[in-house]
Design a protein around this ligand. Structure first.
Ligand SMILES: Nc1ncnc2c1ncn2[C@@H]1O[C@H](COP(=O)(O)OP(=O)(O)OP(=O)(O)O)[C@@H](O)[C@H]1O
Ligand SMILES: [Mg+2]
Length: 917
């Protein structure tokens, strides 16, 4: 069997987005030595772009250069020829490579970064033609980035892998920059919803799975983030061995009951991380198995329509639920909050644990600001640590570790001092977080002493170790600085001795130190006695440059001291990174503890600031919200406007609310606010209400408004029906369903009929809690017959011929929609408004009320349907009826008029009652 480990890195496959296909391997005959090396490395990394390090630049050649120049909008130039053709080239400076990388990754490219693995001087020792050793040190892909500049601090960036084994699908996902690692079995029907929840930045899929027609549509949605990989990389036996090796365990049972699909997905992830990091692994947490039903399942359409993490209008956080409730002060806290909001829990005790922690901070008005102050400005421990462990961290990442751990200690003190004088016990979650913060005094002290106050971004050039930390380093630095002082003295002496007052000693990268005199004065140095001392180096337009033995000697001392100092610094850097590595798990736990505290304090802050209440989540099936508000709308109201709170009770006996009311009255707002309250409550947050009791919701569906999905080639109405179908097919008794104006995308009677049938289906078949808003007031007729259907309406006041929206939900039904009134408000021309009023009056006069009343008292639609289905099936099963058989035998073209008449009598005789009368 092909081992995943043996798959050559050449199998690395790019995202399919970049529009220029990578050209085939170029032949290397006749290439210069450097070009031959380039082509060989490119051959091993045929896909993605190759950043080929040459001195201070990453250069790109051939097709890569053409693509990158276009994508980055940088100049495309040429560099020599290959087989008679110019070689296209472009390049980006190493020091600003990150921003270019970011732009390429955003556009769906992957980049192989090829570094110089030795000093050019080293190479020259092997001969003048020798080429500097180079190799790819890292593949940069959307799911494996760790750079601060490339990541959104407040959002996880997940690398995910989808695998299949034993006819089960599993998804594993991992945030490389933090180490968090989760695996979940995914029923095929839930795949779209799970992907929407996880939002992978990059999704690994075996090319075999990509061929599966039933997955086309779902995976098509993620087309830009897909990385197809050869099927052997998803082999579950390999995966098991790989995971055992990574976690150094004999068996994986301790992680949970992993099936083969789960193993394959997790293994493929780890494998890909090793592949892209060239064998260097970041700290990976043990994969956590997310059980079936452990989180509230929210499908893609619902997630979008409820605007949980981004607003539909703008696509960003503002206007979304997370945007409205996020008061966290650290990136890690923001990530944790979003993660919780994306995956609300279904386990009441787990929810209660989170709520306890918030409650503690709500109750303690001193601890809350103290904790938030200690957290504010705390750096991103997790991500700094990952960069250091992957060998791409710098001195500032060490400082981040130091400052993060200092914040952890400060928090510990702040919290422990509060604990003492409190009567209440510290809630479990806080107690656990406190333990996680740990003790890091030794590491903090060392970093404090070792690091200079101002730190460079990268370690390479030194200058980050604090004076006084390492005696030997101080010595070398003193030597270096002393020599500089000696040079200044030398300049003075030379000026005095030669009588050239303007004589200077300068430095550049080509000559090193040199003595410079203006052209007019320079002959004082080129003649006589001085000519022996001053060795001519260079003649410039207005000046001449010289060196002396003395200066050369000094320069050597300076260089040697600087080299030694740098070597000392770099070795110290490795040392410090090693110390962080040794404490990696403890540091990661501290980071996790900080995030938990940040979220708890932030949600408490929110609860106090916005007057939220603690919800009760239990195993029942009630849904009682008293004085509920819409978290987002409430905060976006202008000053002076007040959000009107409303109650909602979907407990047994009134599970299904039929909400009618005029346009603009607040139906949609009311529907959504209850869905958002359910999400917030189960995510473990306080909720915008006075009182809230919710029996666990296992699935949330929301179909709000009509939206086109033209990108997917579906019309408004088709989308509406597909989503409605999925709700009616999937919602179980624990689901919460929000249906807003279903059926409005088609003709009135079609729409009414569909809405009608949906209400009956929800009531009779799904038996779930639901809110159903509609302008089809005819549906109210159903409330008499469906025991759990409760009619509610948005109150309005008619006042001096105007309509005032009260935004209050009250029992009862609306009789009108005031649509024309809203149209007038919106500025429809007066003539059109008047005409609409006339038409409305005419329509209302000839109302179809008779039909509607009839339907409402009709026998339950579903019983009738079932009977009809049954009959049709019977007919199908027993073959065609004798009447049909006889009819089929007749060929009208061959019948005489007389024969036709006879046939008619015969057929009539075949009717069930013999004469058909
Ligand atoms: N409870 C409330 N308190 C204050 N303002 C509200 C409230 N509910 C809604 N609003 C305001 O009224 C506007 C209209 O609300 P919404 O869209 O929910 O009405 P609607 O009944 O669904 O209308 P339509 O029938 O046209 O869809 C909202 O944008 C909001 O600004
Ligand atoms: Mg609406």
């Amino acid at each position: 069997m092909a081992s995943a480990r043996s798959t050559p890195p050449g199998e690395f496959v790019p995202a399919p987005t970049p529009d220029v296909p990578p050209s085939g391997p170029l032949r290397s005959e006749g290439a210069s030595p450097v070009m031959a090396q380039y082509l060989e490395i490119k051959r091993q990394h045929p896909d993605g772009l190759l950043f080929y390090r040459m001195g201070d630049f990453y250069e790109l050649f051939f097709a890569d250069a053409v693509q990158a120049a276009k994508a980055l909008d940088i100049a495309l130039t040429k560099r020599g020829q290959h087989q008679g053709q110019d070689i296209p080239m472009c390049g980006v400076p190493v020091h600003s490579a990150e921003s270019y990388l970011l732009r390429l990754i955003r556009q769906g490219f992957k980049v192989a970064v090829c570094e110089q693995l030795e000093d050019p001087a080293e190479a020259r020792k092997r001969g003048s033609k020798a080429v500097v050793r180079r190799d790819v040190v890292r593949l940069v892909t959307p799911g494996t980035i760790t750079e601060e500049a490339l990541l959104d601090a407040r959002r996880h960036n997940y690398l995910a892998a989808l695998a299949e084994a034993e006819r089960r699908l599993a998804l594993a996902w991992l945030d490389m920059s933090t180490g968090g690692f989760t695996v979940q079995h995914v029923p095929e029907a839930a795949l779209a919803a799970v992907l929407e929840r996880v939002q992978p930045g990059e999704l690994l899929v075996s090319d075999r799975l990509l061929q599966r027609p039933e997955l086309f549509e779902t995976l098509g949605q993620w087309k830009e983030r897909l990385t197809p990989l050869p099927a052997p990389r998803f082999d579950s036996d390999n995966a098991r061995r790989r995971l055992q090796a990574v976690y150094q365990v004999e068996a994986l049972d301790a992680f949970g009951a992993f099936g083969r699909a789960e193993l394959a997905a997790a293994g493929a992830l780890v494998d890909y991380v090793e592949l892209t990091q060239k064998g260097r692994l970041p700290r990976l947490e043990q994969p956590r198995l997310l059980g079936d039903g452990a989180v509230m399942e929210i499908d893609a359409a619902t997630r979008r329509s409820l605007e949980i993490d981004r607003s539909i209008a703008t696509g960003d956080r503002r206007g979304s639920l997370i945007g409205a409730i996020d008061r966290t002060v650290t990136g890690a806290g923001a990530r944790l909050l979003l993660q919780r909001l994306s995956a609300p829990l279904t386990d009441p005790p787990a929810v209660a644990r989170r709520l306890d922690a918030i409650g503690w901070f709500v109750a303690d008005a001193e601890a809350r600001p103290a904790v938030r102050a200690a957290l504010r400005g705390a750096p991103d421990l997790e991500r700094a640590q990952t960069r250091l462990l992957l060998g791409r961290g710098g001195p500032r990442d060490l400082a981040a570790i130091r400052d993060g751990l200092v914040a952890a200690a400060a928090l510990k003190t702040a919290l422990e001092s509060r604990q003492g004088d409190k009567l209440t016990v510290t809630p479990d979650e806080l107690a656990a977080a406190l333990v996680d913060l740990g003790h890091h005094q030794v590491l903090v002290d060392r970093l404090r002493r070792a690091l200079a106050p101002d730190l460079p971004l990268i370690a390479r050039d030194g200058g980050f170790v604090a004076p006084g930390y390492l005696a030997e380093l101080d010595e070398q630095r003193a030597l270096r600085d002393e020599s500089r002082r000696l040079i200044a003295e030398l300049q003075q002496r030379y000026a005095a001795e030669t009588g050239i007052a303007a004589l200077k000693i300068r430095h550049n990268n080509v000559l090193g130190y040199y003595i410079e005199a203006s052209a007019a004065q320079a002959d004082k140095l080129t003649k006589g006695e001085q000519a022996q001392r001053f060795i001519h180096r260079q003649t410039m337009a207005g000046a001449m440059r010289f060196s002396t033995v003395e200066l050369g000697e000094l320069e050597r001392r300076i260089a040697a001291a600087a080299d030694k100092a740098l070597a000392l610094e770099l070795s110290l850097f490795d040392d410090l990174v090693g110390e962080v590595r040794a404490r990696a798990d403890a540091v990661a736990r501290a980071a996790a503890g900080l995030a938990v505290l940040d979220v708890a304090a932030a949600l408490a802050e929110l609860a106090v600031e916005q007057r939220y209440c603690r919800p009760l989540v239990d195993e029942g099936t009630d849904f009682v919200v008293r004085g509920g508000r819409h978290a987002v709308v409430e905060q976006s109201l202008a000053a002076g406007e007040r959000f009107i709170a409303n109650d909602c009770d979907l407990s047994p006996g009134r599970r299904l609310w039929l909400v009618t009311g005029p346009n603009m009255a607040g139906k949609s707002t009311f529907l959504r606010q209850n869905a958002l309250i359910a999400i917030l409550a189960q995510a473990g947050s306080y909720v915008p209400a006075e009182e809230c009791r919710i029996g666990v919701v296992d699935r949330l569906f929301s179909r709000v408004g009509a939206s086109d999905d033209l990108a997917r080639g579906r019309s408004t109405f088709m989308v509406e029906m597909i989503e409605t179908a999925s709700i009616l097919n999937l919602a179980g008794p624990r689901a919460l369903v929000i249906l807003d104006e279903i059926g409005r995308g088609t003709a009135t009677f079609d729409g009414l009929s569909i809405a009608w049938a949906c209400v009956e289906h929800l009531h009779e078949v799904n038996k779930c809690r639901a809110l159903f808003a509609t302008h089809y007031h005819e549906l109210v007729a159903l409330t008499g017959r469906l025991s759990d259907l409760a009619p509610y309406t948005m109150r309005v006041k008619e006042w001096q011929g105007d309509v005032v929206f009260l935004h209050e939900v009250a029992q009862g039904a609306a009789d009108r929609s005031y649509g024309i009134h809203v149209a007038r408000l919106a500025g429809l021309p007066a003539a059109a408004v008047k005409r609409a009023e006339e038409v409305l009056a005419r329509l209302e006069a000839g109302e179809q009320s008779g039909v509607v009343t009839e339907l409402a008292t009709d026998l339950p639609l579903f019983a009738a349907l079932a009977k009809r289905d049954h009959k049709a099936r019977e007919e199908r099963d027993s073959g065609p009826s004798p009447l049909a058989a006889a009819l089929a035998e007749i060929n009208p073209d061959e019948l005489t008029p007389r024969a036709a008449l006879e046939a008619l009598y015969r057929l009539r005789g075949l009717l069930p009652d013999g004469n058909g009368r």
